[in-house]
Design a protein around this ligand. Structure first.
Ligand SMILES: NC(=O)c1ccc[n+]([C@@H]2O[C@H](COP(=O)([O-])OP(=O)(O)OC[C@H]3O[C@@H](n4cnc5c(N)ncnc54)[C@H](O)[C@@H]3O)[C@@H](O)[C@H]2O)c1
Ligand SMILES: N[C@@H](CCO)C(=O)O
Length: 354
C-alpha cells in the first residue's frame, strides 16, 4: 500500500476541507484508490506552522479551534507561518498549495511551487495565480526535477475541465470555449434576481466559502480572466497573459437591470470565452452578457459553473458542475493526487510497502 506524505500550505477553507476528507476517508481511499495521505507539515499566515515527520492527526487538526499563532501549541509547531521552510523541510511527497490567489503577481504561491520542485516534491494546487501567470516555467521546472504539477481545481473547482479537455477531448479539435467560470458572481447575480442588494449577496458568497480573499476579483472579472488564460493556454495552445484579455465584471448591474432583462426574456451572465480563428489567432474576453433564457448557460444558477467547448468533430460539448466551494475544491486536490498516483508515480513519490 502507498502512503503519500503531504504538506498543506495555507490552511483556509480548501486545505481545511482536504484535511477533513483525510480524517474521514483515508481508509476508504487506501482501499479504493490504492493510497492514503499523511499530513507532515502545515503552514498558514494566520495560524503559524507545524512540521511532524511522523504525521499530524487530521482529526485533531480539523477539530481544534486554533487562535492566531495557535500552531505554536502543537509539537513541532511555531506561531510563525514559515511557509517556505515547511515546503522545504517537512518530508512531504506532495505540497498542497492553497494560499490566496494574487491575480497580479501569483505570489507567494509561485515561490512555494518553485521551492517544492527544488526540494523534489510534487505540487497540487487550486491557486490560479501560478497556473495563469507561470505555468510554462513551472511545468518545465517540475519536469526537470522529476516531480508532478497538477492544478485541476484552478478552473471550475472540482468539476473536471482541464484534464477532460486535454485527455477525453484530445483529437476532437477544440476551437474555442465559452462559459460561466466564477461561482461567486453567478451566485451573486442569482441572489440579486431575488431582490437582494449587491453587498449582501457578496457577503453570502463569502460566508459560503465561494469568494476570493478579495471578492473584487470575483465581481470585476479578474478571477475569470485568470481562468480564461489558463484554459486558452492549456486547451487551445495559446500563450496568453491576463493583460491580453479584455475584462469587465458584474458590479455595474443592479437588481432593477436584472429584473428588466428577465422581463424581456433574457438573463445577465458573466461569460469568459476564447476562440481560435481561421488564421490561428486566439482572442479572449470576459464580460457580462445578456443571454436569451433558452440559452444553455442562462439556467446555470448558484455557484454552479458551466463551459461549452466548441469542437470540430463533436460540435458543442458542455460540462456543468460546482464552480466553487470548500469540499468541492478539496475534491479537485484529491483528483490531482489520483492523477499523480496514476502517472507512473513521479520520482519524488515514495512507496511504503506494507
Ligand atoms: N474556495 C473555493 O471555492 C475555491 C475554488 C477554486 C480555487 N480556489 C483557490 O484555492 C485557494 C484557497 O482558497 P480558500 O477558499 O481556501 O482561501 P482562504 O482565503 O480560505 O484560505 C487561504 C489561506 O491561505 C493563508 N495564507 C495566505 N498567505 C499565506 C502564506 N504566505 N503562507 C501560508 N498561508 C498563507 C491564509 O491565512 C488563509 O488561511 C485560493 O487560491 C483560491 O483562489 C478556491
Ligand atoms: N472565487 C472563485 C473560486 C473558484 O475559483 C469563484 O467564486 O469561482
Amino acid at each position: 500500500m502507498t502512503i503519500y506524505t503531504v504538506s498543506l500550505i495555507g490552511f483556509g477553507g480548501v486545505n481545511r476541507a482536504l484535511a477533513e476528507l483525510i480524517a474521514e476517508r483515508n481508509e476508504t481511499w487506501q482501499r479504493e484508490l490504492g493510497f492514503g495521505l499523511n499530513i507532515v507539515g502545515v503552514s498558514d499566515l494566520h495560524l503559524g506552522s507545524v512540521i511532524s515527520p511522523n504525521g499530524i492527526d487530521a482529526r485533531m487538526l480539523t477539530a481544534t479551534r486554533f487562535e492566531k499563532g495557535g500552531f505554536a501549541n502543537l509539537s513541532g509547531g511555531s506561531a510563525e507561518p514559515r511557509s517556505l521552510h515547511v515546503v522545504r523541510s517537512a518530508p512531504a511527497d506532495i505540497v498542497v498549495e492553497a494560499t490566496y490567489t494574487d491575480p497580479a503577481t501569483g505570489e507567494p504561491a509561485i515561490s512555494h511551487c518553485r521551492a517544492a520542485f527544488e526540494a523534489g516534491r510534487s505540487v497540487v494546487t487550486t491557486n490560479k495565480g501560478p497556473v495563469a501567470l507561470a505555468a510554462a516555467e513551472l511545468k518545465a521546472m517540475a519536469a526537470a526535477c522529476g516531480v508532478g504539477f497538477e492544478y485541476e481545481g484552478a478552473v471550475m473547482s472540482g468539476t473536471p475541465v482541464i484534464r477532460l479537455a486535454q485527455s477525453a477531448l484530445a483529437g476532437a479539435e477544440i476551437t474555442g470555449f465559452a462559459g460561466i467560470l466564477n461561482g461567486t458572481s453567478n451566485f451573486v447575480l442569482g441572489r440579486m434576481q431575488t431582490g437582494l442588494g449587491f453587498a449582501e449577496a457578496v457577503a453570502e458568497a463569502q460566508a459560503a466559502g465561494y469568494a476570493e480573499a478579495d471578492p473584487t476579483a470575483d465581481v470585476e472579472g479578474f478571477d475569470v480572466r485568470l481562468k480564461v488564460v489558463i484554459l486558452a493556454n492549456e486547451v487551445l495552445g495559446a500563450t496568453l497573459t491576463p493583460d491580453q484579455v479584455d475584462c469587465a465584471g458584474i458590479s455595474a448591474l443592479t437588481p432593477a437591470a436584472l429584473a428588466e432583462a428577465e422581463a424581456a426574456g433574457t438573463r445577465w451572465k458573466l461569460i469568459g470565452s476564447a476562440a481560435r480563428d481561421a488564421s490561428g489567432r486566439i482572442t479572449a474576453a470576459v464580460r457580462a452578457e445578456r443571454l436569451p433564457l433558452a440559452h444553455p448557460l442562462a439556467s446555470v444558477s448558484g455557484a454552479v459553473n458551466a463551459i461549452t467547448f466548441q469542437t470540430g468533430l463533436l460540435g458543442d460539448v458542455t460540462v456543468t458542475g460546482p464552480g466553487a466551494g470548500r469540499i468541492e475544491t478539496a475534491f479537485a486536490l484529491l483528483s490531482d493526487i489520483v492523477a499523480l498516483h496514476r502517472k507512473a508515480t513521479p520520482l519524488a513519490l515514495r512507496e511504503a510497502a506494507e
